[in-house]
Design a protein. Structure first.
Length: 257
């Protein structure tokens, strides 16, 4: 496993910071537009326009035939929701997932948004998803194992009476969109890849109000909860440093949120 995982240099981290900054900026930029009555396709277009304005490339567009520049997953959609003419309404929750390419480096991040006033259960779910991600990031350092990360997410989420999706996971990233290692959001401590400085990957736990099972819609992309319960996700791109890790996709706007 170690041999498959790329090691990025300090010079590469400079490029990864630029790509990560832009991904975070796009998610900040679109936040004021997430209002009652706007369509997910309009949100996607706003993200694409801002990406192009910065002379970057929307990595999702055309990737394995994917039609849009972002994934927008609404309510019970777990991930890879395709933007459309569907309007968002007060009470909805949604995840916007953005990946950009800046000078050959990828920045990948996603964040939850609330339209108007969501239910207490939806807000609790969102808080649990964000907290699980940050708890996991705190464990990333040289010598830790990916099983430690997955186990921590699973234990935290299940203690809050939610479930962790098994069918989708984080991934290595850098100069390649999806690379080794696979970053599971469940597992056993002391197992999995032993982390080294220069490893770069996403952590992106998807958690559900109901069961963890998902199903794929006929479009071949959209994954939904099998029991139609709400789902939430947050994602960051991180790099292992000599004494911990760096979050490439954090932003001041998000840290206040």
């Amino acid at each position: 496993m170690d041999q498959k995982c790329r090691i990025y240099s300090p010079e590469d981290f400079v490029g990864l910071r630029r790509a990560g900054w832009l991904a975070a900026h796009i998610l900040d930029h679109v936040a004021p537009l997430v209002v009652n009555g706007i369509t997910t396709l309009e949100l996607d277009q706003a993200c694409q326009d801002e990406i192009l304005k910065h002379n970057a490339i929307p990595a999702c567009k055309g990737y394995n035939g994917y039609p849009n520049s972002t994934c927008i997953s609404l309510n019970h959609v777990v991930c890879h929701g395709i933007p459309s003419a569907q309007k968002i309404r007060n009470g909805d929750i949604l995840n916007i997932d953005v990946t950009v390419i800046v000078d050959g480096f990828y920045g990948d991040s996603s964040r939850m948004y609330v339209v108007g006033k969501a239910s207490p259960k939806a807000l609790e779910l969102i808080d649990a998803a964000r907290s699980a991600l940050m708890l996991a990031i705190d464990l990333v350092k040289p010598g830790a194992r990916l099983g430690d990360v997955g186990s921590a997410i699973q234990n935290y989420v299940e203690a809050r009476k939610f479930s962790v999706v098994r069918d989708y996971c984080g991934h290595g990233i850098g100069r390649v969109f999806h690379d080794e290692p696979a970053v599971l959001h469940f597992g056993k401590p002391g197992t999995g890849l032993k982390l080294k400085p220069g490893h770069v990957f996403t952590i992106e736990p998807m958690i559900n109000v109901g069961g963890h099972e998902t199903r794929l819609l006929a479009d071949g992309w959209t994954a939904v909860t099998r029991d139609h319960s709400l789902s939430a996700q947050f994602e960051h791109t991180v790099g292992v440093t000599e004494d911990g890790c760096e979050i490439f996709t954090i932003s001041p706007e998000e840290s206040r949120g």
